[in-house]
Design a protein around this ligand. Sequence first.
Ligand code: CO
Length: 454
Amino acid sequence: MSDDRNLLPHIPVGPNSLLSRRRLLQAGGAVAGGLALSRITRAGAQQPPPAPNELVPPPDPPWSAQGQPFTTQGIRSPYVEIQRAYSGGDSPNVTRQTAGSNFAPLQDLDGIITPSDLHFQRNHSGTTIIDPAEHQVLVHGMVDRPKVYSMDDIKRFPRRTEIHFLECSGNSGAGYSGPSPDTTAQLMHGLTSTSEWGGVPMTTIMQDVGVQEGAEWALFEGADASRMDRSVPRSKLEDDAMLVYIQNGEPIRPEQGFPLRLLLPGWEGNTQIKWLRRIEFGSGPFYTKEETRHYTDALPDGQSRQFTYEMEVKSLITWPSAGHQVPAPGFWEINGIAWSGFGTITGVEVSVDGGNSWGPAELMQPVLPKAHVRFRFPWVWDGTPRVIMSRATDDTGYTQPARQRLLDIRGTQYIYHFDAIQPWLVDADGAVTNAMGQSASDLPSDTQISEEYL
Ligand code: CO
């Protein structure tokens, strides 16, 4: 456990903000420096920080002018810039792209729910727009009563609401080859998001059509131009699969499969077919292109693993992370997210000394199975170069591996399911970069990081 946890300034913060601020200002230069910086950000002006004992009142509120009129839909503050980032970069062609990935801004988000308009996208042939009044879902194959459901039919079934993460199985894939130092949390790990999903349990549909004995698999097919389809074993359908049409309190967005998608909590996103139009039950897997040519895992001995469904345990520090600037030495609260496709996160440890020592982070409520969990960890930064990282463990006992241990097992032909520990370098000037894939000799000598994490 890190000794840094014992260096925390113990500051009582009362409801009286003036008193609290005065106490904070008196509590030490490091904390006062942090306050001064937030004041500069709020005012939007570059002014020198006040002397440690100088109490500067905030600017007057804009009482003299009316605010903006009511609108039918909310907007973000013009001072808040958070957006997705397309895998092809910022080229002018981005608005015409239909295949690829669009990463959620993990380093700018908090809590566990991803705002729906910032949820990551992975499309093979664009976002399909479907009129729900016309949409139908065929369920057939090894069933006693083949049926065609309208969306109204689907919505009549008793519903369930659950919070789960989605993650593209190619998320974090840059970890196999090694990311560049400027690769952010967003561009490295942003193909995951968590939402509250509402819909009908798959078991309800299975009872309605009468799935036959021996129908151990089902094919799910989407209505997009790529006709995305995947095979899913019956055991998962009977465990926790849902057909969902609600995301964060409103109909799911076209980007997420409106009007209906498959939800397979904890499994790779590709299996959770969007714009769902057909379900066919059969005795075995259907061996579609997406589970033979793609979404298989090449091992060092030349064999490939197939039907690798669960997304393993992962965590990362989202603040501070690559692209951030730690403003000054002193007290800061590290925070990040952890999740497991196997079950529930039971612990996250944080190292602020390159993996030489680890201390337990606090898991913030709610801690839900197969959902992002937010963690935090108090840190007093001494101003020297530091490699900071997190490692998560779940209730099946799986702990995130160091990168070199993962590469030893999987080699570098693997594309999917990268879940190794993510190291960030906080340099002496506070600039944060991605340390993964760098050589220890390229990092400041006093980071003392063990090579296995790089
Ligand atoms: Co897989």
